[in-house]
Structures are given as C-alpha cells and as structure tokens.
Design a protein around this ligand. Structure first.
Ligand code: SDX
Length: 423
C-alpha cells in the first residue's frame, strides 16, 4: 500500500500521509486538511474517525477479537487476576510478583475513605441512582486529594492511580449498602482485592462473611472483561476531559456519567429490565423483536449490536458461559436466562439482525450473573465502571504522557447567516 492518500477538491489535488498501526490498520493523517483545503471532515458519532494512536487495547470488530497490550481477552480472563490486568493495562507490562506485591500493598494502603467523603455518599437518598452517586463521589475525591496529578512525576501519578484503585471499590460497596439500607462494611485488608470487595458488598450485618469462590471467580472474570475497550464513548470522554488538563479524578467522573447512558454501559441494566418485561409478557420474544425492528418504535434490543463488533463480542461469549456455570454452581434457576437465550437464538436467525450484523454484546448476559449474586439492577452499570477504572486510567495516562492536544472538534454551521436586530 502507498504511503499517502490523495484528495481532489475544486479541481485541486491534495496529498495526505498514511499512518499504519501494528495490526495493519490504516489511518489518513488529515492534521493539515483545513489549512490546505479550507474544508473539514464531517463524521457524526466518529464512526470513521480515529481520535488517537494507542498501544493499550486492540480489537478486531470483524473477527470478534479483543486484546489488552497484546494478550487475548480469553487468556487473561482465565489465567490472570483483575489487579494483574489493571497493572498490565496501565503500565504496559504484565507485573512481576514483586511489582504486583508493591501495587497491591499500595492499593491496600489507600483502601480507606475520608469520613467526610463517606458523609457525602451517605447524604444521598437511598433512591438515588448509584451511577450518579459514584460520579459525584469520584469528583469529590478531588476535594480530599487536592494535589492535581503532575504527570511528569511517575511517583505522583502512581500515587493517584493506586488511590482511585483503592477507594473506588469502597465507594461502590457503600453506594450499594446505602441503596439497600444496610450498614457499611469496613475494609478487610487481610483479604485480596476481589474478596474484600465481595465482603463489603454481600456481608450480612452481625454475621461472619464466608467467601464463595464461585462469586469471587466470576467477579474477577467480569471485571477483567470490562477493563478496557479502546476508544468507546466513556473512554473518549475521559480522554477529552483529561485533554484540557483536568485531573484524573475529574476525567473519570465524566467517564462514569458517559457510561451511564443506556446505549453504552447503562445497557446492562436496560437488558435486565427488557428481559423481565418479556418474561412478564409471557416470554413473547416475537413481540419485542418486532418492536426492535419497527423504525417508528424507539425500542431497541438492548444488549445487541455494537459500533465496532460486526461479529460476536468475544466478551459476550465468555460471559454467557460464565452465566451458565455460576447459576448452576449457585443452584439458581433463573427463567430470565432462558428468555435471553431464546431471544439470542431468534435474533441470530432473523434477517434484520443478520443483515445489520447485530450480535449480543458485553451487556447482554452480564446482568444475569449480577442478579444471581443478588446485586440490585441499578448497580449493574456501577460494576461495569469498577471494571473500567484501569482502562480509563491507562487511556488518560497515555493521552497525558503523549502530550495529546486539547480535544476540540470542528463543525459545519447550518444556522442563520448574519442578520441585525433592526432596532
Ligand atoms: C457498550 O463502543 C464500545 O466499545 C462500548 C462497549 C465498551 O466496552 O465500552 O462495548 C460497551 O456500550 C456495548 C453496547 C451497549 N449498548 C446496547 O446494547 C444498546 C443497544 N445497541 C444499540 O443502541 C446500538 O447497537 C449501539 C449504540 C451499540 C451501536 O449503535 P451504532 O453503531 O450507532 O449503530 P446504529 O445505531 O447506526 O445501527 C445500525 C443499524 C440501524 O438500523 P438501520 O438505520 O440501518 O435500518 O442497526 C440498527 C439501527 O436501528 N440497530 C438496532 C440495534 N442496534 C443497531 N436495531 C435494534 N436493536 C438494536 N440493539
């Protein structure tokens, strides 16, 4: 392939260099487009636009492949811990046992919330959606850790990273306990990251919490599967907010808000609500398939379709298998899982979905596992955010260390031309 691309505009020919990625992806570098031609590109939703060059996550939407720093997602989900994957995403190397020990103990040191931050979380009504609580509490973290992240100091950045890794699971557990009117559970640093999180989430007041390997293994796998996904909506939000040199926590707080939307991470809650509605409707999947295909009906088959995957989302495959295992191991028979499988079967045989390459995505089955764990449906997207923290941190860190320019797209103005008030 040549090294340049040509554009012809108003009879003039312009040349632009090509950028080629390590997996053969090709980008047309249009940094000089407006200066040379006076024109800008227009690409609503950035479906054809690369915002950056990144070495963190690679996904092949046609093949349904996903890799973190070159490691295949199924291998990491099977063989690694969530903290090892977090370290890999953020620092680019799989940690040695010494690096892991340092990382884990630094995170444990940070596993405490300022009492006034607990008061902020506690001040929300139990009816508050926990994504709003977490976005606010993450922004409030800045007030209790005012030193903005000096990106040129590795030590300073490392401290900011282990701080959010240590505090975020506590804020998540507190949000759930507040929502379910249960007392907060204290951190137990004798436990590992996932076990401590499970105890803070599920411990019954006045009783010893007995760890359940089915739960902790499933949580470890789910957090790994959600950890990063290149330039999705919320990660792009973290990058754009961070590109103004707003701090790490302000950028992550914005990312949490972007993830909340039902077209993005909020889909895992919307999937469960949809499946419950279908089940209540006597399992009439055909009615909902028809609604999803009806252009006049805003209803979409939640958990289906993806901006990049035009094949099975590899995470959905793993989560579907995990759902079968977890429900069987927990002895839970959830008719919702049967509804989901029925819906998947129908959609995969339906022309509308086949033509548009709409397959189950990461959100289609994850909620069934969270539900089997007794997690309230409003908390599903919060669990997604907990998994995505290392990805957001890694992408923010890469963007700042690469000195990326402030994100500020252009537009095509279609409003009124110059007019006067005639006063
Ligand atoms: C996540 O980007 C990421 O990486 C995100 C994520 C991550 O890890 O960060 O993977 C997590 O957000 C997964 C996606 C969760 N969202 C949902 O499950 C919501 C339901 N899905 C859709 O809303 C939709 O598929 C999107 C938003 C996910 C993708 O939308 P696009 O890429 O903008 O595609 P589109 O809306 O242009 O759809 C193309 C066609 C349209 O029909 P036509 O106009 O061509 O006739 O497919 C149709 C759409 O109407 N379509 C659907 C559909 N998804 C797309 N029709 C019915 N049900 C659906 N779910």
């Amino acid at each position: 392939m040549a090294d340049t691309a040509f554009l012809e505009l108003d009879g003039k020919r312009y040349e632009f260099p090509l950028v080629k990625g390590s997996e053969g992806e090709v980008g047309i570098d249009i940094k000089t487009l407006r200066a040379q031609t006076g024109a800008v590109t227009l690409d609503p939703g950035f479906k054809n636009t690369g915002s950056c060059q990144s070495a963190i996550t690679f996904l092949d939407g046609e093949k349904g492949e996903l890799r973190y720093r070159g490691y295949a997602i199924d291998e990491l989900a099977e063989k690694a811990s969530f903290l090892e994957v977090a370290y890999l995403l953020i620092f680019g190397v799989f940690p040695t046992s010494e690096q892991m020990q340092k990382f884990e103990s630094a995170i444990k040191k940070e596993a405490v919330l300022d009492p006034n931050l607990v008061r902020i979380i506690d001040s929300f009504p139990s009816s508050a959606h926990p994504m709003g609580v977490l976005s606010s509490a993450t922004s409030a973290l800045i007030a209790f850790n005012p030193s903005s992240v000096n990106v040129s100091s590795e030590e300073d950045m490392y401290r900011a990273i282990v701080r959010i890794m240590g505090k975020f699971p506590i804020m998540v557990a507190h949000a759930q306990r507040k929502m379910t009117n249960q007392p907060y559970v204290q951190v137990d640093t004798s436990l590992n990251y996932i076990e401590n999180f499970a105890a803070m989430m599920f411990k019954t007041q006045g009783k010893e919490y007995t760890q359940n390997a089915i739960i902790t293994d499933a949580l470890n796998k789910l957090l790994i599967l959600h950890a990063d996904h290149e330039q999705n909506c919320s990660t792009s939000t973290v990058r754009v907010v961070g590109s103004s040199h707003a701090g790490l926590y302000a950028s992550i707080s914005a990312g949490i808000s972007a993830l909340w939307g039902p077209l993005h991470g909020g889909a895992n809650q919307a999937v469960l609500e949809m499946l419950e509605a279908i089940e209540k409707d006597g399992g009439d999947t055909k009615k909902y398939m028809a609604k999803a295909k009806d252009k006049n009906d805003p209803f979409r088959l939640m958990g289906f379709g993806h901006r990049v995957y035009k094949n099975f989302d590899p995470r959905a495959k793993i989560i579907k298998l995990t759902a079968d295992q977890v429900l069987a191991d927990l002895g839970v028979h959830d008719p919702i899982l049967d509804v989901a499988k029925g819906l998947e079967r129908e959609a995969l045989e339906d022309n509308y979905f086949v033509e548009r390459k709409l397959y189950p995505n990461v959100d289609f089955y994850s909620g069934i596992i969270y539900r089997a764990m007794g997690i309230p449906v409003e908390m599903f997207t919060v669990l997604f955010a907990l998994g995505r923290i290392p990805g957001w941190v890694a992408q923010w860190r890469e963007m700042r260390l690469n000195n990326e320019p402030i994100g500020r797209p252009r537009q095509i103005y279609t409003g009124e031309t110059l007019r006067s008030l005639d006063r």
